[in-house]
Design a protein around this ligand. Structure first.
Ligand code: C2E
Ligand code: MG
Ligand code: MG
Ligand code: MG
Length: 282
C-alpha cells in the first residue's frame, strides 16, 4: 500500500513539474513577444536635490503591460528575462527609450526637464562586447548629451572580475557617461572596489533607510557612507524615502540627493511632466 501511495505521489509530483515547465515556457514566449509587440513601458522616478527638492534627474524603470495580467513590475519578469537572455533586448529598449524621452523633454522645457536619466543594466550586460557601441549609438541617435546619462550597476556585478569590469567602465566613461553603484551596501561591499573601479555615483540601498528614524546606529552608518562618498568626489543618492521624518533626518545628516515614494513615485513621462510643470507654477 505504501508503495502504491509513493507511486501516486510521484505521479502528482511529475504532473506538477510538467505544469510548471509549461507555465514557464508560456511566460517566456509571452515575454519574448512583449518586446516586439510594444508592450514594454517606461516609467520615470524623480531623484531630487536636497534641501530644495528640485528634480535633479530621473531613474528609468521598466514595466510590462501584459494584455493578460495587466501592468507587471520588474520583479515579476526581470528574473525570467535574465534567465532566458531576453534581458539584453529589454535593457536595450529601455536605454533607447529613456535617452529619447529625456532628450525630448529637455528640448520641450529645458528649465524643468531633468538634468540626467539613469538606466539600470543587468549583470550580463557588462559581458556583452558591444555595450559601449550600443550606448554610443543610443546617444548619437537621440541626441542626448553623454553627461546626461547614468548607467546603474549593482555591487555584485562590479565585483565579478575587477579587471574586465574596470576596463569596460573606463570605455563607457570615455564616452562621457556616468556610472552609478546601485543598492550600495547590500552586496559584498568592499572598499577595494571603490578604489579600483571608476564610479561617479553611489546609491545607498533603501534597506538602510527603512528603520533609520529612532535608530542612531543606522544614522551614523548612513552618515558615514554619505561622507565617504562625498570625500571621494562622488554624488550620493539615498533611495527609498517614504516619510517626511526620513527626509528631515537625511537632510540633517548631509544627504544631497534622494529618491523615494515620498518624493515621487515612478510614473509614465506624461504624468511626470504634468506634475513638474504644475509644481513649478505653485
Ligand atoms: P532599483 O534599480 O534599485 O530601483 C528602485 C526600485 O525601488 C524600484 O522598483 C522603485 O519603484 C522602488 N522604489 C523607489 N522608491 C521607493 C520607496 O520609497 N519605497 C519602496 N518600497 N520602493 C521604492 P521597481 O521599479 O519595481 O524595480 C525593481 C528593480 O528592478 C530595480 O531596482 C532594478 O534592479 C530592476 N529594474 C527596473 N527596471 C529595469 C531595467 O530596465 N533593466 C534592468 N536590468 N533592471 C531593471
Ligand atoms: Mg536602479
Ligand atoms: Mg536602486
Ligand atoms: Mg534598490
Amino acid at each position: 500500500a505504501a508503495k502504491a501511495r509513493g507511486k501516486g505521489c510521484f505521479q502528482i509530483f511529475e504532473n506538477r513539474m510538467h505544469e510548471l515547465l509549461l507555465d514557464k515556457l508560456d511566460a517566456e514566449g509571452r515575454l519574448r513577444d512583449a518586446v516586439h509587440r510594444g508592450e514594454l513601458r517606461l516609467h520615470l522616478q524623480p531623484v531630487v536635490a536636497l534641501p530644495g527638492r528640485a528634480v535633479g534627474g530621473v531613474e528609468a524603470l521598466v514595466r510590462w503591460q501584459d494584455p493578460e495580467r495587466g501592468l507587471q513590475q520588474p520583479g515579476a519578469f526581470i528574473p525570467l528575462a535574465e534567465e532566458t537572455g531576453l534581458i539584453a533586448e529589454i535593457d536595450r529598449w529601455v536605454l533607447f527609450e529613456a535617452c529619447m524621452t529625456v532628450r525630448r523633454w529637455q528640448e520641450l522645457d529645458p528649465a524643468a526637464a531633468p538634468a540626467w536619466v539613469s538606466v539600470n543594466l543587468s549583470a550580463v550586460e557588462l559581458e556583452v562586447p558591444d555595450l559601449t557601441d550600443r550606448v554610443a549609438y543610443a546617444l548619437s541617435t537621440t541626441g542626448l548629451s553623454p553627461q546626461c546619462l547614468v548607467l546603474e550597476l549593482t555591487e555584485t556585478v562590479l565585483m565579478r572580475d575587477v579587471a574586465v569590469t574596470s576596463a569596460r567602465l573606463e570605455e563607457l566613461r570615455e564616452l562621457g557617461v556616468k556610472i552609478a553603484i546601485d543598492d550600495f551596501g547590500t552586496g559584498y561591499s568592499s572598499l577595494g572596489y571603490l578604489r579600483d573601479i571608476p564610479v561617479d555615483v553611489l546609491k545607498v540601498d533603501r534597506s538602510f533607510i527603512t528603520d533609520i528614524v529612532g535608530n542612531p546606529r543606522q544614522q551614523e552608518l548612513v552618515s558615514a557612507v554619505i561622507q565617504l562618498g562625498h570625500t571621494l568626489g562622488l554624488k550620493v543618492v539615498v533611495e527609498g524615502i517614504e516619510t517626511e521624518d526620513q527626509l528631515t533626518l537625511l537632510t540633517a545628516i548631509g544627504c544631497r540627493y534622494a529618491q523615494g515614494y515620498y518624493l515621487g513615485r515612478p510614473e509614465p513621462v506624461a504624468a511626470l511632466i504634468e506634475r513638474t510643470t504644475t509644481g513649478s507654477e505653485t
